[in-house]
Write a protein that binds this ligand. Sequence first.
Ligand SMILES: NC(=O)C1=CN([C@@H]2O[C@H](COP(=O)(O)OP(=O)(O)OC[C@H]3O[C@@H](n4cnc5c(N)ncnc54)[C@H](O)[C@@H]3O)[C@@H](O)[C@H]2O)C=CC1
Ligand SMILES: C=CC1=C(C)/C(=C/c2[nH]c(/C=C3N=C(/C=C4\NC(=O)C(C)=C4C=C)C(C)=C\3CCC(=O)O)c(CCC(=O)O)c2C)NC1=O
Length: 295
Amino acid sequence: MFGTVVVGVGIAGRVRIRDLVNPLPSTASEKMIPKGFVSRRTLEDQQGLKQISLDDALAREDIHAAIICTENSYHEDCIRKFLEAGKHVCVEYPMALSLDVAHDLWDLADEKGKVLHVEHIELLTADYKQLKKDIQGKELINGTLHFTGGPLPPSFRFISFSGIARLTWLVDLFGELTLTSAHLVEEKDKNYIKLNASFHTTENQPLTWIEERGPGLSRCKNINFHFTSDTMTCLPDAPREFVGVFMQDFIIFSQKLQGQVRQEALQGEKRRILHCLELAEKIQQLCEKTTGSRM
Ligand SMILES: NC(=O)C1=CN([C@@H]2O[C@H](COP(=O)(O)OP(=O)(O)OC[C@H]3O[C@@H](n4cnc5c(N)ncnc54)[C@H](O)[C@@H]3O)[C@@H](O)[C@H]2O)C=CC1
Ligand SMILES: C=CC1=C(C)/C(=C/c2[nH]c(/C=C3N=C(/C=C4\NC(=O)C(C)=C4C=C)C(C)=C\3CCC(=O)O)c(CCC(=O)O)c2C)NC1=O
């Protein structure tokens, strides 16, 4: 049994509390025992769960794992504290805001012999699983993934990190990428931002990622993938799965704690996460170079 706390009570944190309090019967998630939640604010009970202090969460011996759902700017500090206290960690993406920090945190997890799991629910949606199946075996000529969404607060940090889910899609679909260019358009007074990043696949085929955020833009992903066989211009519309994406991720985390995930799978996942963070960092550096300012 693994005593577990949720840290950070925003949209993701509330969903995590829901899943922790209602594990899916006959899955590894049943071994996770809710012990409370941690927040910088003083909050009333959440879905029957009590608030506890960060210090208590770190010190208590009946707490073995933390699910970190704070804004991106707090991930590093939170992960470090829980790993140092000898707890397993599940963190919402992006795990860190630089490649160095990410390496450092994995090293700390290894040193402590604890699981460091990074949520990537974008790979668990029914639509994505269908897309991956549909693309299998096709030869890419070129492609674009264009995301739009509402503005994020500054604590979600640079757009290539807050939007790492789109990068993760491209890498999971087409393999490791090489960045060829990155360009940022920002209209701060309008709360509008647009990133345009270009890559080559290992086969030298071009891919473009556009991440656009501004008031009135609804969450949407547009694809335009040209293959030698055909062209895909919309996402497949797969029926919703019975088990929600955050619950699927919670089960994977629980399986990792129980030693039920193979080493090769863990290593592959870590390699993908680090590769995406490396690309995100290179995009940030290139954008800062071209605008000449830190963002
Ligand atoms: N919402 C989602 O569907 C997903 C979120 N994530 C990740 O989860 C993390 C958290 O994202 P969200 O929960 O969506 O963000 P959010 O803005 O709802 O919550 C983020 C943090 O803000 C704090 N917070 C919220 N309202 C506050 C207030 N009025 N005063 C002080 N603190 C407040 C919460 O305690 C929480 O720690 C991010 O790293 C994000 O990238 C990842 C995948 C999906
Ligand atoms: C309605 C308002 C709404 C908000 C404010 C929201 C926030 C939100 N959703 C995210 C990802 C995500 N959010 C979802 C899904 C959901 N997330 C949800 O809050 C709900 C209700 C679903 C619906 C099932 C998924 C699958 C991702 C992963 C990235 C993606 O594929 O878009 C992220 C992480 C950063 C990012 O990838 O953009 C944020 C901040 N999502 C929303 O849908």
